[in-house]
Design a protein around this ligand. Structure first.
Ligand code: ZN
Ligand code: FE
Length: 255
């Protein structure tokens, strides 16, 4: 299995997933069509499917353009049947899809939108705008409770799971992470390495689930430092994981 990252729009990533045995491919979240078609041509693969993580335009904007040039299957969550352009295969938690000989599993992870899914191929997780490197998506359509349970589902994947997210937001996310957990050395170290990658114009995505558990403030509702930090600023805040997560999300919205 080969994954080719395609930078799209300002800070989006699309991912071309290729089955190297059959040369068949799928594109995760095509924000725009042209750069995807160029990559398909360059790699000499047969594009078979679009895999949308959710309905937002910066993840589906290229669907129509691709469908004009190629007959493609279009996958997305069943809640988004009327919001994802050209959807042919409505999916739900636990469904399996195939790209050539590659098998992908669907994880239903609402919160950012009510029809958000992730695609898991081997140890590679394509999670759209739910989990970012050192961050998570805004709660546009879901509750903090839903998002917390979706992130909890993702963080239980094995430590070596590669996290391929929808945007290059890493640096800003880590700057925020430092404000809620300033003594977490893993965060300061990661910010330093992310800055040197960015200076060389290298993507900071993917990361691993192990790194996310260590540095992502939206997965660290068990962190003593975060609890103490929030309690000192918001004495009435509950200490249960959802309250902690919701407060961190609220602070990030204002950051
Ligand atoms: Zn989105
Ligand atoms: Fe997005």
């Amino acid at each position: 299995m080969k994954v080719i990252q395609i930078p799209l729009l300002r800070d989006n990533y699309g991912y071309l997933i290729v089955c190297e045995k059959t040369n068949e491919a799928a594109i995760v979240d095509p924000s725009e069509a042209e750069p995807v078609l160029r990559q398909v041509e360059k790699e000499k693969v047969t594009l078979k499917a679009i895999l949308n993580t959710h309905h937002h335009r910066d993840h589906t904007g290229g669907n129509s353009g691709l469908l004009e040039s190629l007959p493609l299957q279009v996958y997305g969550h069943k809640n988004d049947e009327y919001r994802i352009p050209g959807l042919t295969h409505p999916l739900d938690e636990g469904d399996e899809i195939r790209i050539g000989e590659l098998k992908g599993r669907i994880l239903f992870i609402p919160g950012h939108t009510k029809g958000h899914i992730a695609y898991l191929f081997e140890n590679k997780l394509f999670c759209g705008d739910t989990l970012f490197v050192a961050g998570c998506g805004r709660l546009f359509e879901g509750t903090a409770e839903q998002m917390h349970s979706s992130l909890n589902k993702l963080q239980q994947l094995p430590a070596d799971t590669l996290v391929y997210c929808g945007h290059e937001y890493t640096e800003k996310n880590l700057q925020f992470a430092m404000t809620v957990e300033p003594n977490n050395k893993k965060i300061t170290d990661k910010l330093q390495s992310v800055r040197s990658l960015k200076a060389k114009n290298i993507s900071t995505v993917p990361s691993t689930m192990a790194e996310e558990r260590e540095t992502n403030p939206f997965l660290r509702w068990e962190s003593k430092e975060i609890h103490e930090n929030l309690k000192s600023r918001f004495p009435n805040l509950g200490s249960d994981p959802v309250s902690v997560f919701a407060k961190v999300r609220e602070l990030k919205d204002q950051f």
